[in-house]
Design a binder for this molecule. Structure first.
Ligand SMILES: Cc1cc2nc3c(=O)[nH]c(=O)nc-3n(C[C@H](O)[C@H](O)[C@H](O)COP(=O)(O)OP(=O)(O)OC[C@H]3O[C@@H](n4cnc5c(N)ncnc54)[C@H](O)[C@@H]3O)c2cc1C
Length: 414
């Protein structure tokens, strides 16, 4: 049996491509190596699925992704944020907008997002082949002739859509298989690297801060004495470093091969400058006859209190009103700029996305068709595109998946 379209990968991009093409009447097969599609989708947004960012202006959306994302301009015109929301709403998924325009299902359940796709796949009779791992794509001249699965089965279709994702969270099935195939087919693959990843730092005291989460902290990234960037947002300390949305976003700017002399400074109270914070602390200490470890209780969070007292070498038992100006200033400086040496980026196992992927100048931006292989379309995270946290990465999948799916069905040139 020959299909109109065979889609490899049942993640967000492949699912959207399957729905978009089958809605236009295509006979579609979706090949997924896991026992079920959408395994990573279920993990998104901590199980709540931050499905897009409510930035309906395409230019504003693209500017959050970086210059490469100009590639998306035409695709976003065809299926942008507003179209995505309309798509989900029409299929019964209610949504809500949270901080920073992050859109979530009203139910807070990623499985409700997946359910929308599963119902559509059923309605349009897409053949969903789970536990079907693709081993290779067989090329003849400038087109794909068939797909061979690891169990020996062969699948034939007129068009093929590659949506195997990146290499991050490999336990979800995203093991980077597509990169090798694309190289064999003559494509350039920009070296995949972990991105949106927690940072691992050198300081051993970091484990004492584990679990401390700080809203609206400020992180500044330094190469030696030179400040590279700084931003404000939410962070959480881990056993060996830092995570949370602000850290993940900052990690996009770090090259894992160039960590020499790279530091991060945490400002726990960015709303107060050094002098005003010092004044506040002076008042707190002067008004108290308690030991400093007790009088700091209403000033900083307990885990931070222990660490800054240790780092400033102040005896925690010392009476607050006996703390010297120098001691007080050292506390203030630690609160305004706890300096941490970046040892490494957490690897693919903990990276939310993969940066790098198939070179964008080898893919048609209007259709997602490969410029090397006539009947191959490419969508989702396997493209050399990535965005910050906030729903941008799933929107890349919805947009490119939809365009690939519709274009593959509409394209009669093959
Ligand atoms: C923990 C976590 C949380 C995240 N949260 C968010 C969020 O809230 N918002 C957001 O925008 N983004 C989020 N992301 C990023 C987002 O999940 C990804 O960008 C997105 O899943 C990529 O979709 P994709 O379809 O391109 O690839 P994937 O989701 O990786 O899907 C690829 C599929 O292809 C299958 N496959 C691979 N190789 C083969 C093969 N050889 N044969 C058959 N099948 C194969 C895989 O099993 C997989 O199911 C998160 C990522 C992680 C890891």
């Amino acid at each position: 049996m020959k299909y109109d379209i065979a889609i490899i990968g049942g993640g967000p991009a492949g699912l959207m491509a399957a729905v978009a093409s089958s809605q236009l009447g295509a006979k579609v097969v979706l090949l997924e190596k896991n026992p079920r599609p959408g395994v990573k989708l279920l993990l998104t947004g901590g199980g709540r699925c931050n499905l897009t960012n409510n930035l309906s202006d395409s230019r504003a959306f693209i500017s959050r992704l970086g210059s490469k994302a100009k590639f998306l301009f035409s695709a976003l015109t065809r299926f942008g944020v507003a179209d995505t929301l309309e798509f989900f709403h029409a299929l019964g998924l209610k949504t809500k907008v949270e901080n920073d325009q992050r859109v979530f299902p009203l139910s807070n359940k990623a499985e409700d997002v997946l359910a929308v796709f599963l119902a559509e796949l059923k309605k349009y009779q897409v053949k969903v082949e789970t536990q079907s791992e693709v081993k290779k794509l067989v090329k003849k001249d400038q087109h794909i002739e068939k797909i061979i699965l690891t169990d020996g089965r062969e699948i034939e279709a007129d068009k093929y859509i590659l949506a195997t994702g990146g290499k991050s969270y490999p336990q979800t099935g995203s093991s980077g298989d597509g990169y090798g195939w694309l190289k064999q087919l003559g494509h350039t693959v920009i070296s995949p690297a972990p991105s949106l990843t927690p940072l691992i730092v050198a300081e051993s005291f970091i484990k004492d801060l584990e679990g401390l989460s700080v809203e609206a902290a400020k992180l500044s990234l330094y190469q030696g004495a030179k400040k590279i960037t700084s931003a404000q947002g939410d962070i959480i300390f881990t056993a060996n470093g830092l995570s949370g949305p602000l850290t993940l976003d900052l990690s996009r700017q770090i090259d894992a091969g160039k960590l020499n002399d790279l530091f991060i400074e945490v400002d726990f109270m960015p709303l107060s400058d050094l002098e005003s914070l010092d004044k506040k602390l002076q008042q707190v200490l002067a008004a108290s006859s308690k030991q400093v470890k007790n009088s700091l209780d209403n000033f900083v969070l307990p885990k931070l209190k222990s660490v800054i007292l240790k780092l400033s070498r102040i005896n925690p038992e010392k009476k607050s009103n006996l703390i010297s100006r120098q001691e007080r200033l050292s506390l203030v400086k630690l609160i305004k700029g706890l300096r941490l040496k970046i040892k490494s980026l957490a690897g693919f196992e903990r990276a939310m996305i993969t940066k790098g992927g198939v070179a964008l100048n080898e893919v048609e931006p209007q259709t997602m068709r490969s410029k090397k292989i006539n009947n191959l379309f490419i969508c989702g995270e396997i493209l050399d595109l990535d965005g910050p946290t906030g729903g941008f990465n799933l929107q890349i999948c919805w947009t490119t998946g939809f365009v690939a799916g519709q274009s593959a069905q509409k394209d009669k040139s093959f």
